[in-house]
Design a protein around this ligand. Structure first.
Ligand SMILES: [Zn+2]
Length: 348
């Protein structure tokens, strides 16, 4: 019998008391909670409570205005985008039907690429076809495998990120993934890898496999399983409307994913998008978190985090000083409530 996993879900409750000007200065108590991520100890605040319903803006004008001159649309993508040097990608760009992979014009690492998700300039979040997303992951994977096959020293962490729509940081409406292979693990991913290594040393067990087991048994945040991928709301989310984690059983790294995993990943993500769309949200970030292939303590996982504007009229982002400089985050509902809203969209 497995020993109980030493995963602690720690939360600290506090309250703020103020005299309410709308109620004749009567005392009002506002609760909040500070949660600790069980792996890294990173803290997340559950506060600014609100109803899980946002006003979906009319995006028609924004879509029409940006379509003309879009470098990712079919009439421009094969001329307006750069090519890789021949020794890296012999044909310069990689394609899969109407999806195109090419170097990122604004690289933040040596092997940065962009994958357009087909020829449609704008696909509303709830209408992104599962097959399109699957093809996007397949094209990214073909790039990672090519870099790995030539023995490139950056072929350590294979990462795909997605900034979907401007609230999530995208400067181009046309849906696209950011894809790169790097020997330099980004901050939070590196901290997770270090913490998972320490956990494995201390317990002889894999943190992610333990987390999946504990969350599935408790059920309060567990959404379901597709193939070998387990989906759950994060205990200490970074996003204002929570985060969803998808952990792939037995796969330390991106390069350990099978074609079936990519299909299952697309399948689950599409359901999350439908769930958040029903709340009126239309923008998100999605990151791959991966170990290196020898990292037995790691498990490939995806973090999906919806984004919004705090004040759409001003373009006020949902990340301000707390998040930008402290990496302290705010979530506007309990993750367990968000889980309830998503559960109906996730029949697995
Ligand atoms: Zn376009």
């Amino acid at each position: 019998m497995a020993h109980p996993a030493p995963i602690a879900f720690e939360a600290f409750r506090k309250e703020a008391t103020l005299l309410n000007p709308a109620k004749d200065m009567a005392a009002k108590t506002i609760p909040l909670e500070i949660r600790k991520d069980p792996l890294t100890g990173r803290t997340a605040r559950i506060c600014h409570f609100r109803k899980l319903q946002w006003d979906m803006p009319d995006l028609e004008a924004l879509v029409a205005k940006t379509q003309k001159g879009c470098p990712f649309c079919p009439d421009a993508v094969m001329t307006a985008t750069p090519c890789f040097p021949r020794d890296l990608i012999p044909q310069g760009r990689m394609t899969l039907e109407d999806l195109v992979l090419f170097p990122n014009l604004a690289p933040y690492d040596a092997l940065g690429a962009v994958v357009t998700l087909g020829s449609r300039h704008h696909i509303p979040m709830a209408e992104i076809p599962e097959a399109t997303l699957y093809k996007g992951f397949r094209l990214a994977m073909a790039y990672f495998r090519r870099i790995d096959a030539i023995g490139h020293p950056e072929s350590v962490y294979a990462i795909a990120n997605w900034n979907y729509m401007p609230p999530a940081g995208s400067s181009i409406i046309h849906p696209h993934l950011q894809v790169f292979a790097t020997a330099s693990a980004p901050n939070l991913m590196r901290q997770e890898l270090e913490a998972a290594r320490a956990y494995a040393r201390a317990t002889g067990s894999n943190y992610w496999e333990d987390l999946v087991r504990v969350e599935e048994e408790a059920g309060r945040r567990f959404l379901g399983r597709i193939g070998r991928i387990s989906w759950m709301s994060a205990f200490a989310p970074m996003g204002v409307a929570g985060d969803v984690l998808a952990v792939v059983h037995d796969a330390p790294s991106t390069l350990d994913l099978t074609d079936g995993d990519l299909r299952d990943l697309a399948r689950g993500l599409i359901r999350l998008m439908a769930g958040y769309d029903a709340m009126g949200l239309y923008s998100f970030n999605m990151n791959f978190f991966t170990g290196a292939r020898s990292d037995a303590h790691a498990r490939f996982h995806v973090l999906f985090s919806p984004r919004t504007y705090f004040n759409p009229a001003l373009g006020t982002p949902d990340a301000a000083a707390l998040r930008s400089l402290f990496n302290e985050t705010l979530c506007m509902a309990f993750p367990e409530e968000i889980h309830q809203r998503l559960k109906g969209h996730f029949p697995f």
